[in-house]
Design a protein around this ligand. Structure first.
Ligand code: NDP
Length: 342
């Protein structure tokens, strides 16, 4: 009774997604630009389509997971495509092999519990490379991209008479299909309602409303937080490494320190939402002064301060903007170039 699913793109992530649909009993059709990547999946019962059009025609729900939006446009023949569809390409598989270390999805979901609103149905459109066959189907694009790219693609897909869902995968391939995998999803509410059960084969799916760009916005924001954390960790390890302290010896301290600091984020978020940064246990001016020590010590230890310098600059901008007496959460507004001069 499980509906057929098509998966386009058999990189590390596409293969994991197709495997999850197979595991859940969905008749699964796959297609990849470079043929021959469906081997293990076809052994498990997947059908490898000869063309992308044939792949799309096989299911009402078409999951697309390729490298980037240039690849998406190549596959769909959508406007703005760069490079010829079908050209052989390098396989830069980036699948990680570890699935541990990811925070509780339930915690993230508590925050993401955003109800959807009704949307407008797709309008009939023209036919092009694959466009004729797209009509009446739902395209679920799980390729990483920007909110603007997602919204532009949503518009184009809708012009083809198809529904569009965009997704951000907050997981690495080995996690797909487990509850620890979080897929952020936004776009057509009707399509989400129709396909929620199917999509949940990939893990925990969270719907963020009808704006196709919202899932990408959250995805990019979460990745930004992650890279900030990685940057801090890399600098810390380089610092102690400069005196031959093994990273494995120091890292448990980093983990407990970051866990302690993470508990302060909700208060900062509240300060940002209410625009009241007055409650500061450690005020911004003090932190700007102390931050100089981080930069000086890095120089002394022979460690590049390139990851830290932007925070130092921002702290000093905060002092110059007379925010020194409050909490450093006041710095968030300084990042908003759209507010500059407002
Ligand atoms: P891979 O590098 O393993 O695979 C890339 C896929 O894109 C291949 O199927 C490749 O086809 C295809 N592709 C690239 N360029 C084109 C093109 N011009 N036309 C058609 N197909 C093309 O990447 P992943 O599978 O790991 O990642 C896929 C998406 O998932 C990315 O957007 C990534 O950011 C996202 N993601 C990945 C995660 C991960 O940990 N791997 C985590 C979360 C999101 P071919 O085989 O022919 O080269």
């Amino acid at each position: 009774d499980r509906p057929p699913v098509t998966v386009i793109g058999l990189g590390a992530m596409g293969r994991a997604l197709a495997g999850a649909f197979l595991d859940n009993g969905h008749p699964t059709t796959v297609w990849n630009r470079t043929a021959g990547k469906g081997g293990e999946l076809t052994e498990r019962g997947a059908t490898e389509a000869a063309t992308v059009t044939e792949a799309i025609a096989a299911s009402r729900i078409v999951v697309l997971c390729v490298l980037d939006y240039d690849a998406v446009r190549d596959v769909l023949g959508a406007p703005g495509a760069q490079g010829a569809s079908g050209a052989p390409g390098a396989d830069g598989a980036v699948g990680a092999d570890g699935a541990d270390g990811v925070a509780s999805v339930a915690d993230i979901l508590d925050i993401l519990d955003t109800p959807g609103t009704p949307g407008t149905p797709g309008t009939p459109g023209t036919s092009g490379t694959v466009t004729g066959v797209l009509a009446g189907r739902t395209l679920v694009n799980l390729t990483n991209g920007t909110p603007r790219q997602a919204r532009e693609l949503a518009r184009w897909v809708s012009e083809q008479g198809a529904d569009y869902l965009d997704g951000g995968i907050m997981a690495v391939p080995p996690m797909i299909g487990t509850p620890g995998s979080l897929v952020l999803c936004s776009g057509s509410p009707e399509a989400f309602t129709a396909h929620e059960r199917t999509l949940s084969a990939t893990g925990t799916v969270s719907y963020l409303g009808e704006d196709a760009g919202r899932a990408s916005l959250y995805d990019i924001a979460l990745l930004s937080a992650m890279y900030g954390m990685f940057g801090g960790f890399f600098h810390a390890i380089a610092m102690v490494g400069s005196e031959k302290v093994p990273a494995t010896e120091f890292t448990p301290l980093v983990v407990s320190w970051l866990n302690a600091m993470i508990t302060g984020l909700p208060a900062m978020a509240k300060a940002y939402d209410t625009d009241d940064h007055s409650a500061a246990a450690s005020n911004l001016r003090m932190q700007a002064d102390a931050f100089v020590n981080l930069l000086d010590a890095s120089g002394d230890q022979g460690v590049s301060a390139e990851l830290l310098e932007p925070m130092g600059t921002l702290l000093h901008r905060g002092v110059a903007a007379n925010l020194g007496g409050g909490d450093i959460s006041a710095l968030i507004d300084l990042l908003r170039t759209d507010l500059a001069g407002a």
